[in-house]
Design a protein. Structure first.
Lengths: 291, 295
């Protein structure tokens, strides 16, 4: 078989494959990995887009940590965001998936409502959030009888914005778990039930362990979503006044008037290092079974 | 303790649990639906009225005026067209490039194909901000002829946005399609191989038609994702009148005063295409999301 196959690539085939893969690799290098590498290099310079490029070593990172207050606010917010999605929204999505996995009436209807926000742009979610949270006219204040400036008060705004982000995240997680649960062999659950396990026991001891690959994927999706979060805060107030995120700071430093490309790149590299860790975990899981 | 006593119990115990289950799920579903309904409701009411009564109140007037305003004054049709100009070629190019790459990885024995798949998949997972600074800089430096872009550079051009979408979504599609193609029995193309069919024929005429379900799922998903993009257009576009519709929504915000009811109407109009796509192709959409997670 293999010997046959090796002979089968005619010179025309080689040309077709080279062109196709050449374009694919070229696009990937030019738009993804090349710029990523460039970010790392630029983070060691003080370039502003016009001046000569001057090497400054780790100065940008030093400034970032010591004399740029938004950085630590952003780090805190990104960590909060991750914790909230990971510890509240994701488990809730799983919980809903487990409930919806049984044969119940209206299941379609419930599912539909839950994943409706998944198709929305996070920017649109940001605009809708303003209708709910507005201080003077918003629904939340009208219902609770309070006068909190939910989006303007830096001590609470990150929390309510995370709730809005979770609104979308829960549906996403639910879809993925629901597909995973459907693939679990029903005989497993029956066996557990016959052995006298309660439904909760059966879930945690039998079903959940078989979902391991899905758990890793959901974990990574959660992390990536938390690191990518941008549109929603930008749509609300351009990510200021308590809504700072690392992604916003990168963008601010290039599209803003300052154009501090070196400095912005240093923030991008911080994002890169965190996400690379999770990407490696994910890929190891994904490609482990092959080989 | 004997089964005879235990047996009749379950049906009686199950009922209240079922009611609780429905009550819980119904409440959650309602809670999930409310913000959207609210946006729709707010968009139908004049600003003066909601400013006086709040969004959570009974209506005195219901009007479609804001939709007219968003449609004509904010020139939404123009921005929808921009989105189409960017997204349609984007989806097609992504699927073409990704399906060929997936074919090469799944169906030929080229060296290094595993590494390629890992690198492509990893690239899709990076936060866009990691590459946005150099990309922005390079975009401003690449010249384009006037008939491709009136800004004369890749920056602020439709082509530039299409390309960045293709590059960024490519990895995910390769990953999904490779897995999908591996599930197609090799015996189907084996016969063609014996007949001496070349790589291109095996890809285009034999494998691709079998990938229709995966392509439909990915097409639906990619359309939604590219349509929903906000960041790339924000950074790589400068002319307001070339923005795709999602980013143009920000224009409905005034310099000093924002009419949130108008913004709500805009949000509904922007969300509508994705909601319609989702309703029509709902199976493909879910399949697309889960194809990537379960093999």
């Amino acid at each position: 078989m293999t010997r046959l196959r090796a002979r089968r690539h005619s010179s025309r085939d080689v040309v077709v494959l080279s062109i196709g893969l050449g374009v694919a690799i070229g696009v990937n290098v030019a738009f993804i990995w090349g710029p990523t590498l460039a970010s790392i290099v630029l983070s060691g310079t003080d370039w502003n887009g016009i001046s000569e490029i001057r090497w400054v070593g780790v100065e940008n990172y030093h400034d970032l940590a010591t004399s740029y207050p938004p950085f630590w606010t952003a780090v805190r917010n990104n960590v909060l965001w991750l914790a909230f999605l990971g510890l509240v929204a994701t488990p809730f999505g799983l919980f809903c998936a487990v409930l919806l996995d049984r044969r119940i009436r209206f299941s379609r209807l419930y599912q539909g409502a839950l994943y409706l926000p998944v198709v929305l742009s996070l920017a649109v979610v940001g605009f809708i959030a303003q209708l709910v949270y507005s201080q003077d006219y918003g629904v939340l204040n009208a219902v609770t009888g309070r006068e909190t400036d939910w989006l303007g008060d830096p001590s609470v705004n990150i929390w309510v914005v995370m709730v809005a982000a979770a609104w979308r995240h829960v549906g996403y997680v639910m879809i993925i778990y629901l597909a995973g649960l459907k693939a679990v062999d029903p005989a497993l659950k029956e066996a557990a039930a016959i052995d006298g396990a309660s439904e909760t026991q059966a879930f945690f001891r039998v079903v959940f362990p078989t979902l391991r690959p899905i758990n890793v994927i959901v974990l990574v999706i959660t992390v990536i979503e938390a690191l990518r979060a941008f549109d929603i805060v930008y749509a609300i107030n351009k990510g200021r006044n308590g809504l700072e995120l690392l992604s916003v700071l990168v963008t601010e430093n290039i599209v803003g008037e300052a154009s501090r490309i070196g400095f912005g790149s240093a923030i991008a590299v911080v994002l890169l290092v965190i996400s690379m860790g999770f990407i490696i975990v994910y890929l190891t899981q994904l490609f482990r079974e092959e080989r | 303790m004997t089964p005879a006593i235990d047996a009749p119990a379950p049906p009686r115990r199950v009922r209240p649990l079922r009611i609780l289950l429905h009550a819980f799920l119904g409440l959650v579903a309602l809670g999930w639906f409310v913000p959207l309904a609210l946006a729709l409701y707010a968009s139908l009411r004049p600003y003066q009225e909601t400013a006086r009564l709040g969004y959570f109140s009974l209506p005195e007037t219901l009007t479609l005026d804001y939709y007219g305003e968003a449609w004509t004054q904010a020139e939404l049709p123009k921005y929808y067209l921009n989105t189409l100009i960017i997204v349609v070629p984007g989806v097609l190019l992504t699927l073409l490039l990704a399906s060929f790459t997936a074919f090469a990885i799944a169906r030929t024995r080229i060296p290094g194909r595993r590494t390629l798949l890992i690198v492509f998949t990893a690239g899709n997972l990076l936060p866009p901000q990691v590459l946005i600074t150099p990309l922005y800089t390079v975009y401003t430096m690449i010249p384009l002829p006037w008939w491709l872009s009136d800004s004369l550079s890749l920056y602020d051009s439709y082509l530039g946005l299409t390309l960045v979408h293709v590059a960024f979504q490519f990895g995910f599609c390769v990953f999904v399609l490779t897995n999908f193609m591996r599930t197609i029995p090799e015996s189907i193309t084996e016969a063609a191989l014996v007949d001496g069919a070349g790589v291109w024929r095996r890809y285009w005429q034999l494998t691709l038609p079998l990938c229709r379900p995966a392509l439909a799922a990915l097409g639906t998903l990619q359309f939604t994702w590219m349509y929903n993009d906000f960041l790339w257009a924000l950074v790589l576009m400068s002319s307001g009148d070339k923005l795709p519709v999602t980013s143009a929504l920000n224009n409905l915000r005034g310099q000093f005063f924002t009419d949130y009811n108008l913004l709500a109407a805009g949000s509904v109009l922007v969300a509508l295409p994705t909601l319609i796509v989702f309703q029509l192709l709902h199976k493909h959409f879910i399949a697309g999301l889960t194809l990537g997670s379960t093999k």
